[in-house]
Ligand binder design. Structure first.
Ligand SMILES: CC(C)(COP(=O)(O)OP(=O)(O)OC[C@H]1O[C@@H](n2cnc3c(N)ncnc32)[C@H](O)[C@@H]1OP(=O)(O)O)[C@@H](O)C(=O)NCCC(=O)NCCS
Length: 145
């Protein structure tokens, strides 16, 4: 069973590793810190055996929306329910924040993640043409609360 808790400063190295290996993105550590200051509760990690193995970084966007900016479970820990635990916690937090919807973007080819999001009630709300740095399209998805 994974423990879900808030991000802490000493998680930074593991977060950067998970984001690079699972999402192929390399962000400066200052970006994670900046986002964590904006909305501390919205930055979640999944810990198993004392090791951070998953992360979900969400932000508040305007008065009515939260947005998932990054979400990844380390490959060898997938399909064990850790993603579900993180998503359920994030939905609860968003409900408590009294926002009306949760939004996110996902690569059009990432069918596994799209299926995962659909299971939680996210629906396709548009296409972002050539959204990613390699020119792949993004799908916009949102869940009404
Ligand atoms: C999308 C992602 C976060 C989901 O995380 P996850 O921990 O694998 O998700 P879960 O384990 O909660 O659920 C995924 C699947 O495992 C299944 N599962 C959950 N617990 C299980 C268990 N104990 N045994 C077997 N399968 C299980 C779920 O039913 C689901 O299966 P399905 O999609 O075939 O119906 C993960 O695949 C990931 O990190 N992908 C790469 C990064 C990525 O694409 N992020 C999203 C970018 S927008």
């Amino acid at each position: 069973m994974a423990v879900i808790r808030n991000f802490r400063y000493d998680d930074l190295d593991r977060i950067a590793e998970i984001v690079s290996s699972s999402l192929g993105e390399y962000y400066p550590k200052s970006l994670y810190l900046e986002k964590s200051h904006d909305w501390e509760e919205g930055f979640l990690v999944g810990v198993e055996g004392g090791r951070v193995v998953a992360m979900l970084l969400g932000i508040v966007q305007g008065r009515f929306e939260t947005r998932i900016l990054m979400f990844a479970v380390e490959r060898s820990y997938r399909k064990r329910g850790i993603g579900r635990e993180l998503m359920e916690r994030f939905i609860d937090l968003s409900v408590m924040k009294r926002v009306k919807r949760i939004s996110l973007e996902v690569r059009r080819s990432n069918l596994e993640a799209i299926r995962f999001y659909e299971k939680f009630g996210f629906k396709n709300t548009g296409v972002l043409f050539m959204y990613y740095s390699d020119m792949e399209d993004g799908l916009k998805m949102a869940k009404q609360l």
